[in-house]
Design a protein around this ligand. Structure first.
Ligand code: ZN
Length: 660
């Protein structure tokens, strides 16, 4: 059989301006009209053919139904999910659920590659943008002509990979390449009834509207525009810092809680917040399609969904049910939740009697789950969730559970806390936060490969030596405010996706670092935007300032064509005596605030636009608050950019220096 790919190339010809002279790269949204460098994101020698990687993802999709057994609608979702950076990878997670994991980084790099190459059918868009728009229109139409969409997407994909791998002439060959045959087998197999997926009919390679005629680029734009205007939804978790403070209150009143317990509580809290986003992401992708997501990162998620008046209630309900056993969504820490429900029940067996809370097989029943961590409990426990920028949320000052010694430490009698059995009276939420934190720490180290293994001292592996807190500067200005017309919105979506994908790759590389002792650096996101880094003992020649320096260099390199360079303010605190971790974090946070003030001070001198706030309502321009020159801050100098504006340099405040 001769497989004809010619159709898609004919369609592609003569559609207006193409990207660059080689017709390969898409424009870089983080530059002034420059082009992306696709090979920055995917190395054919190390990563192999993108189609083989896609085939692998399709084959190993963590779900009961293999991809080949799905109907064509299901196949489209998986294929498009991969292209957009939302495949399901190990244990059923999306890459952004655990973005520093190497599997996640690879899946995001693939999507970044697709955002860096232009699309043949719609040359003014990147391939990723094109597929996203085609997919969204397909959803908005009620999924008409699925076969047409599946074939067109597949063949556009082949075309784009050919362009990336070889030159244009090569890419015009009509025979299917080996990798293409493999991918088609993963999708459709080669049994008789799948034959039509292998045959290309030139005239059918257009995006069909519900009436069967062709969608033009203008049709697609106006269709999406109409919907987005009135159906834009944003969810954000607010008061995260205050909430973590509230849930780890026991430290601040000087109770002798062991160091490791305290650390687990802190990381448990931030992991719980992350798991809410994992749940939210899953709900959105499965209910409205991966292409409905506008921005996903920085502690918020924004998407569009048509005509759904109860979206706020639905989404919140799904968030508050996040800890319950659910057939469709598995909580990333499902195993920990199950184990702990059982453990907690055993500890308080007189309260949670067998006859009421066990099923016939002797396992905890659904009533027990909902009593311990069901919808009503989660609503009380979790920090407030804002919808469409609604404000004025207050975190309740009341202890979550007044009878729990961790929620309400005043009630505690001062007994030691060494083992779980000695914990005294406590709520289930605290037990869960603790265990999730413990497991998260294990998982975080479990993927590491690089680093120095020599003289690894087990004692040192578990002692935190220094903490850094960092926060990126002027993100609002970096991402830009305007969203209309259509092109501006597309630009912002691309900027946001590209930023997140590259940012997490940088952090992942930093964590798995050759210069550091194995597994000695950990990171967690405390409130969406800011990042906390913890360095363990045993690195004589490497410290957190050097880690920050490296982040700064990589960040500037990743967005080298942007007029304003990315920068951050960071605070570092090093253990002097035996301070508890929480107080180390607090010191680093206050150091970070100083660095920020100093950064703003420098910006007000060297690039004033960075510290001006526009009030959209009053149309007033104001200069930011808290601008102050702080003596003792370090300006990170980046040797690659000798002529960089001083305001674009990152600032670090090192608390240790102050005390010397
Ligand atoms: Zn509690």
């Amino acid at each position: 059989m001769e497989y004809n790919l010619q159709g898609v190339f004919v369609v592609a010809a003569g559609r207006g301006p193409v990207a660059d002279s080689d017709n390969i790269a898409a424009t870089d949204p983080w530059s002034n009209g420059k082009f992306c460098t696709p090979e920055d994101h995917w190395n054919l020698d190390d990563d192999g053919c993108p189609l083989l990687y896609i085939s692998e993802l399709l084959l190993n999709w963590p779900d009961n139904t293999p991809t080949v057994d799905l109907d064509v609608e299901g196949k489209i979702e998986r294929l498009v999910g991969i292209i957009l950076g939302y495949p399901k990878i190990s244990r059923g997670m999306y890459p952004l659920d655990w973005p520093t994991h190497p599997e996640s980084v690879k899946a995001l790099r693939l999507s970044l590659l697709f955002d860096s190459i232009s699309c043949d059918m719609f040359p003014e868009w990147s391939f990723r943008t094109s597929i996203s728009n085609i997919h969204q229109v397909y959803w908005l139409d009620g999924k008409h002509h699925s076969k047409n969409k599946c074939k067109t997407i597949t063949y556009l994909l082949f075309k784009v990979v050919r362009k990336f791998k070889t030159n244009i002439e090569e890419s015009n060959k009509s025979n299917l390449a080996k990798e293409e045959i493999i991918l088609l087998s993963r999708l459709h197999s080669s049994s008789n009834n799948s034959r039509s997926f292998w045959e290309m009919d030139e005239t059918n390679l257009v995006i069909k509207n519900p009436h069967g005629s062709e969608y033009t680029i203008e049709d697609i734009k106006s269709k999406i525009d109409d919907v987005v205007k009135d159906n834009d939804h944003e969810f954000k978790i607010t008061k995260i810092h205050d909430w973590i403070k509230k849930m780890t209150l026991i430290d601040t009143v000087q109770y002798p809680l062991p160091e490791s317990v305290r650390h687990n509580m802190i990381s448990g809290c931030s992991v719980i917040i992350e798991s809410i986003f994992a749940n939210l992401r899953n709900t959105i992708v499965t209910t409205f399609g991966a292409s409905s997501i506008l921005t996903d990162g920085g502690g918020r998620i924004r998407f569009y969904a048509e005509h759904d008046k109860n979206i706020e209630d639905k989404i919140k309900k799904s968030i508050y049910n996040t800890f319950l056993i659910n057939n469709e969504v598995t909580h990333p820490f499902n195993n920990i939740i199950m184990e702990n429900v059982e453990m907690y029940r055993d500890k308080y067996h007189t309260k949670y009697k067998d006859e009421l809370y066990k099923n016939k097989r002797g396992m905890p029943n659904t009533e027990l789950f909902s009593k311990l961590i069901g919808e009503d409990v989660a609503k009380d426990l979790l920090p407030p969730i804002s919808y469409n920028k609604s404000n004025n949320f207050e975190l309740s000052k009341k202890p979550f559970d007044p009878s729990c010694h961790l929620c309400n430490p005043v009630a505690w009698n001062g007994e030691p806390w060494e083992k779980y059995a000695d914990w005294g009276q406590h709520c289930f939420a605290h037990k869960l936060i603790f265990e999730i934190g413990k497991s998260a720490k294990k998982r975080d180290i479990s993927w590491r490969k690089k680093g120095k293994y020599v003289d690894l001292k087990v004692d040192e592996m578990f002692q935190i030596e220094a903490i850094a807190v960092m926060d990126l500067n002027s993100l609002g200005i970096m991402f830009g405010g305007k969203e209309e017309p259509f092109e501006y919105r597309m630009l912002k979506i691309r900027k946001s996706f590209r930023f997140n994908a590259q940012w997490w790759k940088i952090i992942s590389d930093i964590l798995d670092n050759n210069e550091l002792k194995f597994g000695s650096l950990t990171a967690w996101v405390a409130a969406g935007d800011d990042l906390t880094l913890a360095l363990r003992k045993g690195n004589e020649k490497y410290d957190l300032i050097m880690v920050l320096q490296e982040i700064d260099e990589k960040l500037k390199w990743a967005f080298k064509d942007n007029d304003i360079k990315f920068s951050f303010g960071a605070g570092v605190a090093r253990k002097q005596n035996k301070e508890p971790i929480l107080s180390l974090i607090k010191q680093a946070q206050s150091a970070e605030k100083k660095a920020k003030r100093h950064w703003k001070y420098r910006a007000s001198i060297y690039d004033k636009q960075l510290v001006i706030v526009h009030d959209f309502e009053t149309k007033e321009k104001k200069i930011k608050e808290n601008i102050e020159e702080i003596v003792g801050c370090t300006v990170l100098d980046n040797s690659c950019y000798s002529d960089m504006n001083e305001a674009h340099k990152s600032i670090v405040y090192n608390l240790e220096v102050e005390e010397e």
